[in-house]
Design a protein around this ligand. Structure first.
Ligand SMILES: NC(=O)c1ccc[n+]([C@@H]2O[C@H](COP(=O)([O-])OP(=O)(O)OC[C@H]3O[C@@H](n4cnc5c(N)ncnc54)[C@H](O)[C@@H]3O)[C@@H](O)[C@H]2O)c1
Length: 438
């Protein structure tokens, strides 16, 4: 029987075995969806603590409850391991390892290379290998394919190879892994079909495209679109400040137009593993083709300058109270890069904190998801409790992350001056004079 038919049968009978490489924000929810679809899932992660925790029923990803992991482990549907042994037994392997930038802002695809090299050792005919990590167009064909074909098996003929970008939005309760449409592009049409068959068991909608490169580019368009529009609205915020206009009122007004406008919000800067990094994968690739991705560079410059702008506003507000940054008590409210998560990766809060710390401010912070923070000089800051006393003793409170659990009435009531970088206090009526925006 042809490999595709065998795979189809295994999927239909629920006998296909799934491997997920990298059990982080992307890999773990995906593992859960495939396990819920009825497959036996083995997750591989090089982080022993995560593997150990998962096998004991403990989740390290906020969107995946520990009770779900526990139930899947107990029912034998999910196990985690720290090595790649037995990869050859998997019918489909999905790779969701990190794709960071090097210090030079060049793509670091070493995690993908390492994962693929280990998969290649046990690669067998009939397997489906899908890359989900965000990367530049050409990675699947130019980096993965030669490594997987090194022992003589051919993609599209002996095994299936595809790219499917991950769109998970941590903390989003409306769109989760299952109901977020999946884009799939294979090395050949048969590869696309194989990947599509698998995803259709677990994800409600699958959109196929003509190649792995197109699928890779789609993800980069999505995230570049966000980075550029956030950059634009951050610049509009700077213009509004000069024009003495309320940027939030301007955005609300523009958003009454039912077509041709989409809301984006200014803020203290961009963070996380995706928006600040992914566009650089694209601009790097284009540089190799002697093309400069100007929108990406400009957005990166504007968004990257926002923490400095927050510090400037903080300095002005303290100045109005006859205080200097040096020696002032500044409370940073929220440290994660986005609300309702604990994710600190690339968080602008860390930049704001670091700059103010270096300028001699007595920095304090509160974030319900992070009890302590490590500064660049190695000192560890312990979080303050969310109490009236915490706000009262601060010369200035800066809202960086608008976690939903914060009582903003309380924040404004007990603070002397508030710099609200997210418009989080918009519904607070009393004490508005104390609140300032960026
Ligand atoms: N987090 C998001 O919101 C998001 C959204 C869409 C796409 N992505 C992309 O998905 C990919 C994964 O991101 P993430 O947020 O899940 O990262 P993560 O850091 O949360 O998880 C990655 C996991 O891979 C493990 N790992 C590293 N090298 C490995 C190896 N060689 N073998 C096995 N495991 C290995 C790490 O220990 C970690 O647990 C990245 O390319 C990212 O850009 C992330």
């Amino acid at each position: 029987m042809a490999h595709l038919e065998i795979l189809k049968k295994k999927i239909a009978t629920g006998k296909a075995q799934v491997g997920i490489i990298g059990l982080g924000y992307v890999g773990l929810p995906l593992a859960v969806e495939f396990a819920h679809a009825g497959f036996k899932v083995v997750g591989v992660d090089v982080d022993l603590r995560k593997v150990d925790g998962l096998n004991k029923g403990r989740s390290h990803v906020e969107d995946v409850p520990s009770s779900t992991v526990k139930q899947l482990v107990q029912s034998g549907k999910f196990t985690a391991r720290a090595d790649y042994k037995g990869c050859g037994k998997m019918d489909a392997i999905f790779i969701a390892v990190p794709t960071p930038l090097r210090k030079t802002r060049d793509p670091d695809i070493s995690y993908i290379v390492s994962a693929v090299d280990q998969i290649a050792r046990e690669l067998r005919p009939g397997q489906l290998i899908v890359l989900e990590s965000t990367t530049y167009p050409g990675t699947t064909e130019e980096i993965m394919r030669p490594r997987l074909e090194a022992k003589g098996l051919k993609a599209g003929q002996d095994f299936f190879l595809a790219f499917s970008p991950e769109r998970v939005d941590p903390g989003n309760k409306l769109y989760e892994t299952k109901n977020t449409p999946k884009v799939v592009g294979g090395t050949t049409p048969r590869c696309t079909r194989a990947a599509r068959m698998f995803y259709e068991t677990a994800i409600s909608s699958v959109h196929t495209v003509s190649s792995t490169q197109t699928a890779e580019m789609i993800k980069l368009l999505e995230n570049t679109f966000r980075a550029v529009n956030i950059g634009l609205v951050n610049e509009i915020a700077m213009m509004c400040e000069k024009l003495k206009l309320d940027v939030w009122e301007v955005i609300d007004g523009a958003a009454t137009k039912p077509f041709g406008f989409m809301r984006f919000y200014p803020g203290p800067g961009i963070g996380g593993h995706c928006i600040p990094l992914d566009p650089h994968y694209l601009s790097w690739k284009l540089k190799t083709l002697n093309y400069s991705a100007r929108f990406i560079e400009l957005a990166s410059e504007i968004n990257g300058a926002m923490p400095e702008l927050v510090v400037r506003r903080a300095t002005e507000l303290l100045n109005d109270c006859r205080k200097s940054v040096k020696g002032s008590r500044i409370l940073i409210l929220g440290a994660a890069y986005k609300k309702d998560t604990g994710d600190l990766r690339e968080s602008p809060a860390l930049d704001v904190l670091q700059i103010l710390h270096e300028r001699g401010a007595r920095i304090q912070f509160h974030d319900p998801y992070n009890k302590s923070l490590r500064m660049e000089d190695g000192t560890v800051k312990r979080g303050k409790p969310f109490t009236p006393a915490t706000f009262k003793e601060a010369d200035l409170v800066i809202i960086i992350t608008d976690h939903s659990c914060f009582d903003y009435d309380e924040v404004v009531r007990h603070s002397r001056v508030v710099l609200d970088t997210r418009n989080a206090t918009r519904s607070v009526k009393a004490g508005r004079k104390k609140v300032h925006s960026i």
